[in-house]
Design a protein. Structure first.
Length: 86
C-alpha cells in the first residue's frame, strides 16, 4: 500500500470531494468555514479547539456524542422536558 499523501500549505478552496475515504486522516489548522457536509461519517472522531459558532446540524445520529463532557442526547432530553413544562 502506498504511503498516504500529505497536504501542507495548500489552498483547496472550492474543491469538491465525493465518495472519498479519509478514515484516520488528521486535520490540523484547517479552515472549513462555509463548507457543507452531507452523508459524512464522523463516528469516533475527536474535535478539539474548534470553532463551531453558527454551525447547523440537521438529521444527525447523536448517539454517544459528547459535548464538553456531557452526552448530547441527555442535553436534548433535558431541553425537551423543559420545553414541555412551558
Amino acid at each position: 500500500m502506498s504511503p498516504a499523501p500529505a497536504f501542507s500549505d495548500q489552498d483547496l478552496s472550492g474543491a469538491a470531494f465525493s465518495d472519498v475515504r479519509m478514515t484516520g486522516a488528521t486535520f490540523d489548522d484547517v479552515a472549513l468555514a462555509g463548507a457543507g457536509f452531507r452523508n459524512v461519517d464522523l463516528s469516533g472522531a475527536t474535535l478539539s479547539n474548534v470553532n463551531l459558532s453558527g454551525v447547523t446540524v440537521v438529521d444527525a445520529n447523536l448517539d454517544g456524542m459528547i459535548l464538553n463532557g456531557i452526552l448530547v442526547t441527555d442535553l436534548l432530553a433535558c431541553w425537551r422536558a423543559h420545553q414541555a413544562k412551558g
